[in-house]
Design a protein around this ligand. Structure first.
Ligand code: ZN
Ligand code: ZN
Length: 241
């Protein structure tokens, strides 16, 4: 029974029990400044919203000789491709109902990059970029926003204020081998899961470090989140129970 949710201090034994100790250590070691990829000046849209010329600034169509592409990602039809400098600084699985609904998937897999480590492939036409702001609920560019292909609809990344959350299923990896740097360090919003994941990776009921750690096969779950259930009832005038 959770007694200290949502800001429980996590004990050492809890961290060890659910495998979070190693993951936290890895993140501490990886708390590094952004690599120098040649971008000078303020980070575009770092306070949110949309600034003039955003299409020609990170993480979109910009160029630098200091940017060295390590990974590529592409939408299903190939109109939109992104390039990534170096490894992601973290990766995670999010089971929140927003991710489930927007991705049409059981959960989201996201790899975290600094915004200046991402760019649209120079041969791609930025006009194929499609945006969606969950905050503003419109499809004009407004950071933070989700970015997909206007033609085929594949989701490619989330542009945050300072970071990009890239979706590894759109990446092309050598020999189809997923590099260790893309392995998730945790699952978040696991209480909303629709499937159990027995992978030995720490599972937080809500936000990382601000909720309860859960066993992979915890009771409950396997149902659509209460939030959406309520929204559905409101929208369809279903009698509340
Ligand atoms: Zn496409
Ligand atoms: Zn989510």
């Amino acid at each position: 029974m959770p007694t200290s949710y949502p800001h429980n201090p996590i004990s050492n034994s809890q961290l060890i029990k659910y495998g979070a100790k190693e993951a936290n250590k890895r993140q501490e070691e990886e708390r590094i400044p952004p690599p120098d990829t040649g971008w000078e000046g303020p980070l575009p849209n770092h306070e949110g919203g949309s600034e003039k010329g955003y299409l020609f600034k990170p993480p979109y169509a910009w160029q630098s000789t200091k940017f060295h592409t390590k990974y590529h990602s592409a939408c299903w039809c190939g109109k939109v491709e992104f390039e990534y400098h170096g490894d992601p600084i973290d990766a995670k699985h999010c089971h929140c109902t927003q991710c489930q609904r927007l991705h049409g998937a059981c959960f989201q897999w996201a790899a975290l990059y600094f915004k200046t480590s991402v760019r649209l492939k120079p041969s791609c036409d930025p006009m194929y970029l499609k945006f969606f702001s969950t905050q503003e609920r419109h499809s004009d560019h407004h950071a933070p926003c989700k970015v997909s292909c206007r033609n085929c609809g594949s989701h490619l990344l989330d542009e945050g204020r300072t970071m990009v959350m890239a979706y590894p299923p759109s990446f092309g990896f050598k020999d189809q081998q997923i590099p260790d740097a893309f392995a998730p360090s945790c699952h978040i919003f696991y209480k909303n899961r629709v499937i159990n994941v027995d992978d030995g990776v720490p599972k937080w009921s809500g936000h990382k470090d601000k909720s309860e750690l859960m066993p992979h096969d915890a009771e409950g779950g396997h149902k659509l989140g209460l939030g959406n259930e309520h929204k559905y009832k409101d929208r369809h005038n279903v009698e509340k129970t």
